[in-house]
Ligand binder design. Structure first.
Ligand code: IPE
Ligand code: IPE
Ligand code: MG
Length: 242
């Protein structure tokens, strides 16, 4: 996609929001203060992306592995997500933001699931930008749940191997939780770590990566703009010769 100035704009930007704990620790604060501060960065990234005409902004908010953190931190994050969704609903409606959550919904607290359902339903008709929170998500989990669905379908077909021969990559993609959502064009990771940490393993097969040492709570609109500028300079070849 091209913007009005002819700049290449990613359709789908995804962010691994990392460095909240270190941001807080650097200031002698508890780790959870970093998570709280990180909500502001979400707002900034959303506004900047929407202004540039990005269609999807997805955010890795909580991984399957993050369940292994101390209970108090996990509870804090779940409550923060709950409060943030409640607090942002008005803003989503005013700014045309469609809200979605992807991940292992069955593992989330009931009250959070109810709030998510309400926010998803309320914002379903909004058209300016779609914001996706990945919660209790991991790439391997996603691929496994898709593979299990596929196996069940193969069994139900009664034709087993013969049926499986007709299954293509698009059929498999449609069983992932991201069905219908374009693969991320750009994956940003903050805090200087250069790894995927079990994020969009299948969907990120051809994503451009942007790593920045900036900690997530310090990521502002200018940082988001810099990432979009860098993306516009990338040459995406998809294995072909130009
Ligand atoms: C990212 O920040 C937020 C989540 C993973 C929930 P971290 O909490 O991982 O912060 P660091 O990496 O320890 O600084
Ligand atoms: C990845 O960050 C998960 C999220 C940002 C939600 P982590 O901080 O959990 O990942 P590692 O431990 O550096 O791999
Ligand atoms: Mg981290």
């Amino acid at each position: 996609m091209q913007s009005e100035e002819g700049k290449r704009i990613p359709r789908h930007v995804s962010i691994i929001m990392d460095g909240n704990g270190r941001w807080a620790q650097e200031r002698g604060l508890e780790r959870v203060n970093g998570h709280l501060q990180g909500v502001k960065s979400v707002r900034a990234a959303l506004e900047e992306c929407a202004d540039h005409g990005v269609e999807y902004l997805s955010l890795y908010a909580f991984s399957t592995e993050n369940w292994g953190r101390p209970g108090a931190e996990v509870n804090y994050i779940m409550q923060l997500i709950f409060k943030s969704i409640m607090g942002e609903l008005e803003n989503f409606m005013a700014n045309g933001v469609r809200f979605m959550v992807l991940g292992n919904r069955a593992s989330l607290p009931g009250i959070l699931n109810e709030t998510i359902d309400k926010a998803v339903e309320m914002t379903a008709g909004n058209k300016r930008i779609t914001m996706i929170l990945f919660i209790s998500y991991s790439g391997k989990w996603d691929i496994m749940q898709a593979a299990k669905q596929l196996a069940a379908k193969a069994i139900a077909s009664g034709e087993g191997e013969f049926w499986l021969e007709g299954v293509g990559e698009d059929d498999f993609s449609s069983l992932l939780v991201t069905a219908g959502i374009p693969d991320p064009d750009l994956i940003i990771r903050t805090s200087g770590e250069q790894r995927l940490s079990n994020y969009l393993l299948w969907q990120g097969a051809y994503s451009e990566f942007y790593f920045t040492p900036v900690l997530w709570p310090d990521f502002d609109r200018a940082q988001m703009n810099a990432a979009l500028e860098e993306y516009a300079r990338r040459d995406r070849r998809y294995g072909k010769v130009k």
